[in-house]
Write a protein that binds this ligand. Structure first.
Ligand code: ATP
Length: 442
């Protein structure tokens, strides 16, 4: 990882603004899935143990710039309090005199969670004044919110430009795991892509085609590929305007010697609902009134066979309408297969979102090598795009190359390695020259 992390930062006694991703599902005022909260704990504990004053900030849901009582972070603060066994108060608002007072009174080792940042429209607008106020709370910025790193918002980019900005430990792990997929995967390397729409995944498939040995396609998005192969898919979800893209992808796969596995048999249903009539058919000529909703048994077996020897796998997107138990068999079978592969030493990385939910629901999460906390962010990263919330963090200084011997009469001036950052596209006023720690290789 070429970014400085909290291990490189001097945080003792300082106020640290930590952007976390606590965008978790809530129901009846309770957190339904606390994976993202748990994932942030190593960073929080490291900072607390180093004597920092930890100011946590997150968004929750889409309040569209207005206060929404159902999207308050209190349930998250409660869950975090339970997990850390120390009190994590939530401020009434991310801004205001009360909040500023509370932050000023913090002692080393204390944690405060700011109220939902997206109650302010300035957050998503990356408003300069809003970012400056948030930056005034702290001396150091840490981004541990990988799931939001593909968004250039005030708390992911604006504040980071105003303070010395470091990656948290979750951010570091996410970037390390995903970079490894692009840069040095152990082969054979397979990508399994499912989910609803092929249009969301075209760029990632394009980028992965030059990296993978095997591409497995399932879910709604595979239907467009079946169309591209001239097969009838009945009423199934598909994007006819993407058939040309699907053809191009299949041609490129052949050129790059990537094996593509598409469903050969499928579960079709009268309606995409619970309790409807369904049956298995060959994925060839689906009658006009039926919908493809899951992989058939032969497709599952084919995929399991194709994955038998792989050493690295990336999976994003369910392989059927997995919310309905009768149509979750393909997704569940692949999840079980990957858990087994991971136990036998294959690197298995799950790209967040629905596939992560399917794995968690089966109790298989602990078996996988890495489950990303950011579905959208992990896909953008694998498309080969820069994530604005990562770009803005301090670069790790490159180790100096040994200099050739110079004649004694002209000694080279001594230089110290310094943390460098990419130039921001627009100059933003910085706080009074914050001290940047130069950091050593971690
Ligand atoms: P996220 O964006 O949360 O990371 P994802 O990338 O894992 O999600 P999406 O592209 O959002 O996946 O698609 C998930 C949806 O695809 C699920 O709701 C599932 O029901 C739906 N889906 C999968 N297969 C089919 C199908 N054959 N027909 C219709 N919908 C399907």
């Amino acid at each position: 990882m070429d970014k400085l992390t909290i291990r490189d930062a001097d945080v003792a006694g300082k106020r640290i603004f930590v952007r976390v991703d606590f965008n978790v599902p809530l129901a009846d005022g309770k957190v339904q899935d606390d994976s993202r909260i748990r994932a942030s704990i190593p960073t929080i504990i490291t900072l607390v143990q180093a004597g920092a004053k930890v100011i946590l900030a997150s968004h929750l849901g889409r309040p569209n710039g207005k206060v929404s009582d159902s999207l308050r972070l209190r349930p998250v603060g409660q869950r975090l309090t339970e997990l850390l066994r120390r009190n994590v108060p939530v401020t009434g608002d991310a801004l205001g005199v009360g909040t500023e007072d509370a932050l000023r009174r913090m002692r080393p080792g204390e944690i405060v969670l700011l109220e939902n940042l997206r109650f302010h429209p300035e957050e998503e607008a990356n408003d300069a004044a809003f970012a400056a106020t948030l930056a005034s709370y702290a001396e150091v910025y840490v981004n541990d919110a990988f799931g939001t790193a593909h968004r250039a918002h005030a708390s992911t980019v604006g504040v980071a430009r105003l303070l010395p900005a470091y990656a948290g430990l979750l951010m570091e792990r996410e970037l390390t795991m995903l970079s490894q997929l692009l840069e040095s995967p152990e082969r054979p390397f397979a990508a399994i892509l499912g989910g609803a729409k092929v249009s969301d995944k075209i760029k990632v498939i394009d980028n992965l085609l030059s990296k993978v040995d095997l591409l497995i396609l399932g879910g709604g998005m595979a239907n467009t590929f079946l169309l591209a192969q001239g097969k009838a898919i009945g009423k199934s979800l598909a994007e006819p305007d993407r058939v040309e893209d699907a053809r191009r992808i299949l041609r490129n796969a052949e050129k790059n010697k990537v094996r593509v596995v598409l469903p050969i048999d499928v579960i079709v249903a009268k309606e995409v609902t619970r309790g409807t009539e369904y049956k298995t058919l060959q994925a060839e000529k689906i009658p006009a009134s039926w919908h493809i909703v899951d992989l058939g048994k032969a497709s599952q077996d084919l995929m399991v066979e194709a994955l038998a020897e792989v050493k690295t796998v990336f999976w994003n997107g369910p392989l059927g309408v997995f919310e309905i138990p009768s149509f979750a068999h393909g997704t569940n079978a692949v999840a079980r297969m990957l858990a087994d592969r991971a136990e036998h030493g294959t690197t298995v990385v799950i790209g967040g979102g629905d596939s992560a939910a399917a794995i968690t629901r089966q109790g298989l999460a602990d078996k996988m090598t890495h489950i990303s906390t950011g579905g959208g962010a992990s896909l953008e990263f694998l498309e080969g795009r820069e994530l604005p919330g990562v770009t803005v963090l301090l670069d790790r200084p490159k180790p100096e190359k040994p200099k050739p011997e110079k004649p004694k009469s002209a000694p080279a001036p001594k230089t110290r390695p310094t943390a460098t950052r990419r130039p921001a596209s627009t100059p933003v006023p910085t706080k009074a020259s914050p001290k940047r720690k130069t950091g050593s290789r971690a």
